[in-house]
Design a binder for this molecule. Sequence first.
Ligand code: SF4
Length: 377
Amino acid sequence: MLLYIHVPFCRRKCSYCAFYSKVPEGDDMGLWERALTAEAETLSRRHGRPRVETVYMGGGTPSLLPAWLMERVAGLLRRCFDIAPGAEFSIEANPDSVDSWGLRDLLSLGVNRLSLGVQSLDDNDLKVLGRPHTASQALSAFEAARMAGFRNISLDLMWGLPGQRVATWLRQLRMVTRDLRPEHVSCYALTREPGAPLAERLDSGELTLPDENEQSRIFVYGAEHLEAHGYLHYEISNFARMGFHCRHNTGYWEGRDYLGLGPSAVSTVAGRRWENPRDLAAWAEEALAGRAGETAEELSPATRAREMVMLSLRTSRGLSYKAYRALTGRNFAEQHATLLKGLRQHGLVRMTRDGVRLSRGGMLVSNLILERLMGEA
Ligand code: SF4
């Protein structure tokens, strides 16, 4: 089982963000802790104190939690879940809310992987994104994490930003691979979130995104740079040095069961899925009343098959024909023979006897390929 905990607090809202989070006020953190406790206890009872191989605290900004609260959360998790020896325990942190002491505390609580939300090493980009930190704070946070003893650090970066060119992107990646050498790098494409302030500035023409050609060059040259420096491109947006892939996210792509705690978190267990309310008060009311997970719905076989295709084709391993046949009773290669032939001729997929995966060019247009495959399902 994978375990996700959503910490819905941020210092302020970034201009592109679609995650559920709020600036904490009054007793928000106290309410979150009480409801989290109730939710963890309910789910632990219902699922028989399940064994957990990975824990991921995301948000929001989990590094905003004070040390005493983080300690209580770690205790709660140990009480309600059977955390496997050697479990991966990741936490997301923003560069403006970490220091060496806090990071040492996290390590002592069993956190062993830090995901640092750097997003860009260019202060102009950070301003456009409305991030609450500067590039130099990001570099200091990385150094503080190393000094504290973190040996598994991931950096989150964003590409396809307004005004970005392949040269500026490669300059940042060079700083990452030459000066920082994290174990893992996530490179997410900026997406236009309707209603977010950045989307409005893009819609009004005040800011413009790099054109399609430049975006392709940013993705492809960036991936080549990271691979040339020892980072395996193991998922569309993720790169890792040998042995440092994110076990938690890999579990999602492999279709493993996961429990999600906190507002907006999603859970999927034994073919049933539920989604928590995207509102602190509404989620807390449900959790405190012991109703966590009561809205679970059975996933249809068609949904499960669609998700298997969509998630596995994100990864460099790709889709296993055997796994697809075990789930659906069908032969994927035969079902999509004509489309796969065309995609292969255009160099967008690589096929073996055992399965199919996207090439780097295919990853670049993965949404279109998946749309076509889904249209044929
Ligand atoms: S820190 Fe992360 S979760 Fe918080 S507003 Fe910014 S992007 Fe969203």
